[in-house]
Design a protein around this ligand. Structure first.
Ligand code: NDP
Length: 240
């Protein structure tokens, strides 16, 4: 039986201490990858993986993360830019701080995550980068202009970088989750959650593991080797 070909591949996941990121770390480990993850506040209490504290808004810190992971685990094959935040507010109430926090984390943070590794992957002649965009970036959402803008921008980044990286054997894709049961969704008021749930044909929110499997597929040098510049929707048919 063929597996996904991730055995012994070194993979870095940002924001791997909880939510979707922790599910990704856990699954990749079970598939035999050597996984490192970043956290901002507290590492995961149970997951045993190489954990580095770093804020994705800090370019120098992210450069150091790549160095530390390579020293500890060897040459990196894959990076999952998962860390993200929301600062939800209606557009007419949004502050510059709300705007900057979300754009700096969700968009510039991905630039900081991918830019130090890209030259190394080009030299290696292989690699797979995956970012986590969102259904809100595809169809918009009330109170999420900043978040939607950051996540739509990731789709453009994915498609452009995929075109640049293809000649070096490096693939770049994104997963676009619908509403997934993590602290991010738990923060949504109950009334709004009921309205969202009624719109999801599969009749439930997604689970973090369901996003992790999509990420593992896109990282795989076997299963997705002809896929790049793609946005894989995992949303229970909650389409635009
Ligand atoms: P959580 O709020 O559960 O976790 C967010 C993660 O991002 C945490 O690990 C957090 O670290 C980390 N993080 C936040 N800001 C920074 C920062 N500045 N530097 C480093 N790490 C940071 O979110 P989810 O697991 O739900 O979301 C994960 C990704 O999936 C995000 O990009 C999100 O936008 C996206 N997504 C989520 C959906 C959902 O329904 N849950 C739907 C669509 C997309 P710490 O714990 O240390 O603060």
């Amino acid at each position: 039986m063929k597996f996904l070909g991730l055995e012994d591949k070194v993979i870095l996941v940002t924001g791997g201490n909880r939510g979707i990121g922790a599910a990704i770390v856990h699954l990749l480990q079970s598939l035999g990858a050597k996984v490192a993850y970043t956290y901002r506040n507290e590492p995961h209490p149970e997951i045993e993986a190489f954990a580095v504290q770093a804020d994705v808004t800090d370019k120098t810190a992210m450069e150091m993360v790549i160095e530390q992971v390579e020293q500890k685990l060897g040459m990196i094959y894959g990076v999952v830019a998962n860390a993200g935040v929301t600062c939800d507010r209606l557009f007419h109430k949004i502050t510059s701080d709300d705007w900057d926090t979300v754009i700096d984390t969700n968009l510039k943070g991905v630039y900081h995550t991918f830019s130090p590794i890209i030259p190394k992957l080009y030299e290696q002649g292989e690699g797979s980068l995956v970012s986590i965009t969102s259904i809100s970036g595809e169809r918009g959402n009330l109170g999420q202009t900043n978040y939607s803008a950051s996540k739509s921008a990731l789709i453009g980044l994915t498609k452009s970088l995929a075109r640049e990286a293809a000649r070096y054997g490096v693939r770049v894709n994104a997963v676009s989750p619908g509403f997934i049961e993590t602290e991010m969704v738990q923060a949504i008021p109950d009334k709004v959650k009921e309205r969202i749930l009624a719109e999801i044909p599969l009749g439930r929110f997604g689970q973090p593991e369901e996003i992790a499997w999509a990420v593992a597929f896109l990282l795989s040098p076997i299963a997705s080797r002809y896929i790049t510049g793609e946005v894989l929707r995992v949303n229970g048919a909650h389409h635009t």
